[in-house]
Design a protein around this ligand. Sequence first.
Ligand code: PLP
Length: 424
Amino acid sequence: MSNFKVSTICVQEGYAPKNGEPRVLPIYQSTTYKYDSSETVGKLFDLQEDGFFYSRIGNPTLDAVEKKIAALEGGVGAMLTSSGQAAVMISVLNICEAGDHIVSSSTIYGGTTNLFGVTLKKFGIDVTFVDPDSSVEELMAAANEHTKLFYAETLANPSLVVTDIEKFAKAAHANNVPLIIDNTFATPLNCRPFEFGADIVVHSTSKYMDGHAVALGGVIVDSGKFDWNNGKFAALCTPDESYHGVVYTEHFKEAAYIAKARVQLMRDLGAIPSANTAFLLNLGLETLHLRVPRHCENAMAVARYLEANEKITWVNYPGLPSSKYHALAQKYMPNGTCGVVSFGVKGGREAAMKFMDSLKLAAIVVHVADARTSVLHPASTTHRQLTDEQLVKAGVGPDLIRMSIGIEDIEDILSDIKQALEQI
Ligand SMILES: *Cc1c(COP(=O)(O)O)cnc(C)c1O
């Protein structure tokens, strides 16, 4: 891995063309690869030689992007997946089976809450959701002898709770299990969870990494730091009969986890993105270091503006000194948090809908974290099945508006918000 600074990694890492080769990362639109001898192919299958043989397991375009993201996070390896959901699922299934248990922060992405609380339960994997503000002792107490991992989001979507990663890592490591952190909202530009003790990082690359709302995707990154040989993770340290008896920790050393995720789970589950999708993701990554600071700067200005407006009842943005999570945000994300701001308007549901319908530059979309400013009213869309009482319990009151601040000119964003507020 190179010793380049983060901006250079964003632009150049992962692909180094030789004399006369394309300057831009090519889209290897091929499911398969040609070899001169069947012996070579045999060696590839036996994992005795490095090389591509079928694009479900590996593809040169994906490989370049995986190397770039691994370098951004400071990990030993990464694997792209077809969505953020697939990344989360594989990151857990790689070390959990029926009878196992996970401890997860309760303030996580809704899709992940369902995956853990409903679908993985059907697989026989149990979950305990914990308040992320719990003490380290309370976190430890949530684990039992079957616990295989702790899970949290650096910056939770949509609550914007900032996780004390060191506290979660301490609780996980006291139980001899890894901490998996979903770093989607912070991006490695604002936080590198491995530096605070996380062992595995996952992302929905559909958000800031792509950044243009063109390519659904996910990624798993392995820090290479967790010692799997502690008696709890036999699947990594004993022969895998489904793969000619390979012992991942012996064959792949510190990259055992990410290698197993690829040759065993990606082989079996097949949630792989296309080369074209990886190419689009790479274009997004090339400007990540320019876009993320702009998202944060604009979001901070919007948060300050809203906080000073008398039609706004409350503003939730961890960059604001008034935020409960300001100190944690300063510690874990000193360069800024993200572009998402949530707030409440006086007049509840009705006023919130009127405000949103009056916006001209900001569009109503079910997405966050792309270049265009967008807005969503969870009570009338993603959470519309809930009653007002249930909404308050879920932390998304009927007055809550979630705004994802884009990278347009801040004056235009603010005047759009101003004119829409004047309509209510
Ligand atoms: C969007 C999101 C996901 C799911 O990612 P998809 O790419 O939509 O499958 C997971 N975690 C977080 C924090 C997200 O914001």
